[in-house]
Design a protein around this ligand. Sequence first.
Ligand code: PEP
Length: 234
Amino acid sequence: MKPLIIANWKMNPQTLTNAKKLFNVVKKGVKNIKNVEVIICPPFIYLPTLRASAFAKGYGGLALGSQNCFWEDEGAFTGEISSFMLKNIGCKYVIVGHSERRRYFKETCVMVNKKLRAALANNLKPILCVDSINQVKRGLKGISKKEIKKIVIAYEPIFAIGTGKACSISKAKEMNFSIRKILGETATILYGGSVNPKNAKDFIEKAQFQGLLIGGASLNPKEFVKIIKKVSQI
Ligand code: PEP
């Protein structure tokens, strides 16, 4: 399996022009890299334009994902975006249960579980963010083993997100193995939290993750492409 590198742009950049610029620089930078799957998760509002821009100049190996979804497909849910809509607009992945959503929008594991089910029902690949074994178990509650195989897990310790203080390789590896014990050897588990060009390789080579979820560094195209190149050399 190719390593996955996921860019979580969060609520950035502020303009569509800058979103297109960022996307296109990354697209150009990874054009010749075939052994890493790169997924860009921009704010919802940029998705249609970036999809069009990706296809317009040749789909340079970038896939699109969203940062959140709602659990119903349609209806009177003001301000929400459904998995159905995201699939329809060209998304392949959706981030679910990011710690910022849990913290600022009070998302619970019950809500996260509903979102995972909706994403799976619409053939979107969910990336479930967790910072504990408890969140793994509660998030996946009642979901069949067959469906769980389609879910990517991102271990993102809260202390490491956006702080510049990445988790130690030994602690990350320990969590990776604990999650794998629950989900089975073939589970796809990523690391996220202050990844940069210096530490990226170690999380894959030494801590044995299948990829990375990257926030801050994904907004700097030079840094982001550097990370992808390093991972492609493993
Ligand atoms: C994230 O928001 O998922 C994340 C990993 O952020 P950062 O890389 O900035 O720590």
